[in-house]
Design a protein around this ligand. Structure first.
Ligand code: ADP
Ligand code: MG
Length: 720
């Protein structure tokens, strides 16, 4: 059935049609002039005054008002970067850090990486001594605090998009509050959407707290800034957006999105379209469907030609930047994006938003200890943000792919902060290494659930990173914290050093750290590509084969294209691998290869060593094949998917969690008895789908983690 929206948007043809196609106008304003036209410009003096006189300033403003690109520049122009200090601006998303830095460099007329730079994990594009403004992810700044706990490099830290409440942002806010006590000269600027602004200001208000004497030693330059935060709001320049809903619910929002975009396109009015979906696969699928539609429409007499482009986190940087270029005359850009496009990046020329009303969200169940990605309805606050993207240039339209009734009843008002739905073991470890010993009394914007904290401590203890008193163990704990990796990955690297197989484990860890190894394409093509490298030991070992073959081709792009491997991902993996290798050297850890020069006869044994090193980091996510349910499943749609159970705990929720191997895994059709998995995704029927799977032998669990797994004699009643 074609998508039917409750409201016909024929009715306002006049309004939309009458407006000039601003996005396509020939006259190019000089960048400086553009800057002066931004709503924030009128507040420049006031903002600088507030930052000067207040330890913390909270800035509220519509998307596009100029907070991210302008504020750091104002601070730079006003002298905050004199004396060798930097202005930092943190972003929850890597893409945002990169694109915003590129834009600001352009505005300042410098090469990216000179006065303006960015840093994301494994990629630092800045020049010490030259860079003045540094955009970085919140996670990168957190990590920097490990070597520079008072952030002495920076005069101002701007925490951007604080309302998104990413885990790292929440940690950063708590830590910045601590740093401010020791560094009255540090200025904190927080940019946030209205709903969270008051909370942020209250959190940073220390005007009633007496400063402990010990901290008064640092000489304050000039008058001390006020300790109650300033709150300032920048009015945006947005147009009205008319919201439309579906008349009947759909269970296929991809098709609905394509139909909606085509319907909009057929109206033949100017304006780009922005579609919100949940992930890379969906974006690529819809782009392909729209390309087909575009070809079909070519012979129609429409004024505009469809040009779909994808925008998601793993996209090659070059493609990403293409998304921001205005479409040439006669071309209608359709940006098919994940929630990246919700607030953090600015897309010009969008007049229509098509919103699936879903997003991939991290969720965590402390009872099972499983963190997974789940496609879930977004909040009403997010939906409003998404709709707002249509009103940047002129009155716009937002098409929500759900009924109004479902919108009202099924979407929560606000999004739960990431910290309350994440595995916190990495966060706890980092805080411990920053000297925050009592995690429970750390000042959080909102405290994490107690069970999650306990589970995090247990996990870290199981990995050997914490001792029995929950203190960082030496050397394992400090080393795991020191590596820029999730604790399980860091742990397997350490194990590989002991077992003499760093060469292999470095490769696996690097490949797990890139977004996607396989070039996007149809499921069958990708499956065929994978099959060439597949081994019964699982995905992680298959990665080794890809790496080896790519290396033997001389890291050839031609080879990569022919084998449907993403060359760019491989190059990035190679870069990450080198950086990690340098970290291991710095930690003084022994490096070696288990497989190099090994005869065919000894190959299996050497491979076992590698698998054990991997298992040493992942043993917590162990699953065992069950027989009973596999039979029941086989008459369902996806035959061959076998049911697994978590091994870790015997009863309750953990036992109830149903797992199966994700269809993208090379082990999808195999049924290894025992597996470890690196990540899980939860689908809408509640299944946890394991990705990046490693087949193991059960004996390894008791061997590697005797504190966690014990051999229990089988209950004779269960044995049939
Ligand atoms: P905010 O942070 O308040 O949402 P930004 O500082 O990101 O706003 O953007 C301000 C303006 O700068 C936008 O309205 C847009 O005109 C321009 N801009 C930002 N990023 C880009 C870009 N990558 N390409 C072109 N223009 C951009
Ligand atoms: Mg911004």
């Amino acid at each position: 059935a074609p998508v039917a929206f409750g409201l016909s948007f024929d009715s306002d043809r006049g309004e939309a049609g009458g407006a000039a196609p601003v996005y396509n106008k020939n006259e190019r304003l000089a960048l400086a002039e553009q800057r002066r036209r931004l709503p924030i410009y009128a507040h420049r003096t006031e903002l600088l005054y507030l930052v000067e006189t207040h330890a913390t300033t909270v800035v509220v403003g519509e998307t596009g008002s100029g907070k991210t690109t302008q504020l750091p520049q104002y601070l730079h122009e006003a002298g905050w970067t004199q004396g060798g200090k930097l202005v930092a601006c943190t972003q929850p998303r890597r893409v945002a850090a990169m694109t915003v830095a590129a834009r600001v460099a352009e505005e300042m007329g410098c090469r990216l990486g000179q006065e303006v730079g960015y840093a994301i994990r494994f990629e630092d594009v800045s020049t010490p001594g030259v860079t003045k403004i540094r955009f970085c992810t919140d996670g990168v700044l957190l990590r920097e605090m490990m070597s520079d706990p008072l952030l002495l490099k920076y005069s101002v830290v701007m925490v951007d998009e604080a309302h998104e409440r990413s885990l790292a942002t929440d940690m950063l806010l708590g830590l910045l509050k601590k740093v401010q006590r020791r560094r009255p000269d540090l200025r904190v600027v927080i940019s946030s959407a209205t709903i969270e602004a008051e909370k942020m200001a209250r959190f940073f208000d220390t005007s009633n707290v007496r400063r402990p004497r010990a901290h008064a030693e640092l000489p304050a330059e000039g008058a001390a800034p006020s300790r109650s935060p300033a709150l300032m709001s920048v009015e945006g320049r947005t147009h009205s957006v008319q919201v439309h809903y579906l008349e009947a619910p759909t269970n296929d929002y991809l098709t609905a999105a394509v139909e909606a975009a085509v319907a909009i396109h057929r109206e033949d009015l100017p304006g780009d379209i922005l579609i919100f979906l949940t992930g890379q696969d969906e974006c690529e699928t819809v782009v392909r469907l729209l390309e087909d539609e575009g070809r079909r429409l070519q012979r129609s007499k429409l004024k505009w030609r469809l040009k779909p482009v994808a925008l998601y986190a793993g996209l090659p940087a070059a493609h990403q930047l293409g998304v921001f270029e205005p479409a040439p005359r006669g071309v209608r850009k359709v940006v098919v994006a994940t929630n990246i496009a919700e607030t953090s990046v600015t897309l010009e020329g969008i007049v229509y938003v098509v919103d699936s009303c879903f997003a991939k969200q991290r969720c965590y169940n402390p009872l099972t200890g499983l963190e997974s990605l789940l496609i879930a309805p977004i909040s009403k606050a997010s939906a409003a943000q998404r709709a707002g993207r249509a009103g940047r240039v002129r009155p716009g339209h937002c098409f929500r792919l759900c009924t109004e009734e479902d919108y009202e009843s099924k979407l929560p008002a606000t999004t739960v902060p990431e910290m309350q739905r994440s595995d916190l073991s990495g966060a706890v470890l980092q805080l411990k290494s920053l000297g925050v010993d009592n995690i429970m009394t750390f000042e959080w914007l909102a405290p994490p659930p107690a069970e999650t904290m306990i589970r995090a401590l247990e996990t870290l203890h199981a990995l050997g990173a914490l001792d029995l008193d929950a203190r960082l163990s030496r050397p394992v704990g400090t080393q795991v914290a020191d590596l820029p990796l999730d604790p399980p990955l860091a742990r397997m690297l350490l194990a590989s050093s002991e077992l003499g197989c760093t060469a292999e484990v470095l490769t696996v860890v690097a490949m797990l750290s890139v977004q996607s190894v396989w070039a996007p394409g149809g499921k069958r093509e990708v499956d065929e590509a994978k099959a060439r490298f597949s081994v019964a030991e699982g995905d992680l070992i298959s990665y080794l084969n890809v790496w080896k073959a790519w290396g033997e081709s001389g890291r050839s792009k031609k080879w990569a294209v022919a084998h449907r491997v993403m060359h760019r991902s491989m190059l990035r993996a190679a870069d990450i691998r080198e950086q990690l290798q340098a970290h291991l050297r710095r930690l003084g850890l022994r490096q070696g290869s288990a497989l190099e020069g090994v005869s065919l006869l000894d190959h299996a044994e050497a491979l076992t060593t590698v698998r054990k090193a991997l298992a040493a980091g992942m043993f917590i996510n162990a699953a065992k094949l069950t027989e009973e349910l596999a039979v029941k499943l086989s008459d369902q749609q996806d035959m061959g998917a076998s049911v697994y159970r978590l091994v870790r705990s015997a009863g309750g929720d953990a036992a109830a969690a149903k797992l199966r191997i994700h269809h993208s895994s090379v082990l999808f059709r195999c049924r290894p008895q025992w597996v470890l998995f690196y990540a899980a995704e939860q689908n809408d029927s509640g299944w946890y789908e394991m990705r990046d799977v490693l087949a193991i032998e059960s004996a390894w669990l008791t061997e590697l983690a005797p504190h966690m797994y014990r051999l229990v004699p089988l209950n004779p009643q269960l044995r049939r």
